[in-house]
Design a binder for this molecule. Structure first.
Ligand SMILES: Nc1ncnc2c1ncn2[C@@H]1O[C@H](COP(=O)(O)OP(=O)(O)OP(=O)(O)O)[C@@H](O)[C@H]1O
Ligand SMILES: [Mg+2]
Length: 450
């Protein structure tokens, strides 16, 4: 909130002197204050404006603080409500908290307590908004409604997703890196009756065996050093929902045995505990490895494979479904514009040509990143071929048409890429001052980084 407009607060207090004191303190805290002498006026103010914070006295004639609280919860559910109670009326404070008030302050109002409670409420609001923002981003990225499908291959996959979605069968999603395995997994989850329950994803390649085991199955307190409390595992977290075992091909043989047992018996046991817990999670798994090869060389158990692979879905690499390239690129152009405020609205014919002829070893994810980068670089109107990453561009003689400025920009950005975005290092390699680099990057519209 510190970068935008000051937080707005509605204060309803019938005692004029107290209203003045609280108003001054709130202004001192940098808030935009609307102070009203009663509940009726508070309701009118809320009808006209969505406040971040509502502070209301509980005992007021005609319309009291409980009614203000109730309307605030309905009308501006995000707003945090703080109630002011008379001395010794803790029970009404408790009642207000039960009805959704964030906190209460007792009269006589001590400015320090007031500022502490207000800051706590604002912090909570900030976190709520941040979480909501992040959720919306994740939702957008993995919203099945956002899946681009033009090729027959992708359409068939989506049909399959709808069919399997309503069953409880295990699905194994295979495909090269970046083909959209997680997206498809989330779509399977969203297509079935478990959609309103958790989708829990775990990357089996990211954790060492012991940790992954306790993540999946949970553990009892004291079962190993560092197990300071009982912990539910992801199987339990995914109760009534879906457990997505990503990178299943990376799972060690020992853990494969334990996973197989869990799937066979429908029960798990937390590490260090004897009690068993029934599992009720749908299992989806994904891999970019060839599990058949894994079975042949003994690194993947075939009994586990058959259990996970009731329904196989194989997503073809992007180079085998070129019809999807431009529709995906258009989609990513739109989202990147919204995210970075870029000015380009379309791809130049040369850029489109380059996109369509590239082999995309990193598949859809590589395309997504290439477009995002191009949107940042493209001056306006069109994304040009030279805005695309060098490996995507055709190695044509078009270089002679490019200006010195373009070439300099490209060289600088490639160097920066090669230094993993480290500007100090890049400046050193380029042989220019850090300030010069920074200024140029600013001209190119590259977001500032340390
Ligand atoms: N058909 C599609 N339509 C829209 N976006 C897609 C499509 N396929 C993939 N994406 C996007 O591409 C990115 C990569 O997809 P995802 O993470 O699902 O791939 P993955 O196969 O799980 O990759 P990895 O093997 O690297 O984990 C995501 O941002 C996803 O939203
Ligand atoms: Mg993935």
């Amino acid at each position: 909130m510190s970068h935008s407009a000051p937080a707005s607060v509605l204060l309803a207090e019938d005692d004029g002197a107290l209203r003045t004191v609280i108003t001054l303190e709130l202004k001192r805290l940098g808030l935009a204050v609307t102070a009203v002498p009663g509940g009726k006026e508070a309701l009118a103010a809320m009808a006209a404006q969505a406040f971040d914070l509502v502070i209301t006295d509980l005992k007021m004639p005609v319309v009291d603080g409980f009614q203000v609280l109730e309307v605030a919860r309905k009308r501006i559910p995000e707003a945090q409500v703080i109630v002011v109670t008379g001395h010794g009326s803790v029970d009404s404070a408790v009642r207000a908290m039960k009805s959704g008030a964030f906190d209460y302050i007792q009269k006589p109002v001590d400015p320090e307590t007031l500022s502490m409670v207000v800051n706590k409420a604002l912090e909570r609001l900030r976190l709520l908004r941040e979480v909501e923002h992040l959720r919306a981003q994740v939702r957008g990225r993995f919203d099945p409604g956002n899946i681009v499908l033009v090729s027959n291959a992708m359409r068939r996959i989506l049909e399959l997703v709808q069919k399997v979605g309503v069953t409880d069968a295990a699905v194994l999603i295979q495909g090269e890196s970046g083909t959209g395995k997680e997206l498809v997994a989330r779509a399977v989850h969203a297509a079935g009756s478990r959609r309103n329950h958790p989708f829990v994803a775990v990357n089996c390649g990211a954790l060492p065996e012991g940790l992954l085991e306790s993540e999946l199955f949970g553990h009892a307190r004291g079962s190993f050093t560092g197990a300071v409390a009982n912990k539910r595992g992801l199987f339990e977290e995914a109760r009534d929902g879906t457990l997505f075992l990503d990178e299943i091909g990376e799972m060690t043989p020992a853990l494969q045995v334990k996973l197989l047992r869990a799937l066979q018996t429908g029960e798990i046991r937390r590490v260090g505990e004897n009690r068993t817990v029934k599992i009720n999670a749908r299992i989806l798994a994904a891999t970019n490895k060839d599990l058949k090869k894994g079975m042949a060389d003994g690194s993947f158990r075939d009994d586990l494979y058959y259990r996970l692979n009731v329904f196989p879905i194989t997503i073809p690499p992007l180079r085998e479904r070129p019809e999807d390239i431009m529709p995906l690129a258009e989609r990513f152009l739109k989202t990147a514009k919204e995210k970075h405020g870029g000015k380009a609205v379309r791809f130049s014919p040369e850029a489109a040509q380059a996109l369509c002829s590239h082999a995309w070893p990193g598949n859809v994810r590589e395309l997504e990143h290439a477009v995002e980068r191009a949107v940042i670089l493209a001056p306006e109107g069109e994304v040009r071929a030279e805005d695309l990453p060098p490996e995507v561009r055709p190695p044509s003689g078009a270089d002679s048409k490019r200006s010195l400025g373009d070439m300099e920009r490209e060289h600088i950005l490639m160097t920066l890429d090669a230094c993993a975005g480290n500007q100090v290092e890049a400046a050193k390699r380029l042989g220019i001052a850090r300030n010069t680099l920074w200024r140029k990057l600013k001209d190119y519209g590259v977001p500032a980084k340390k």
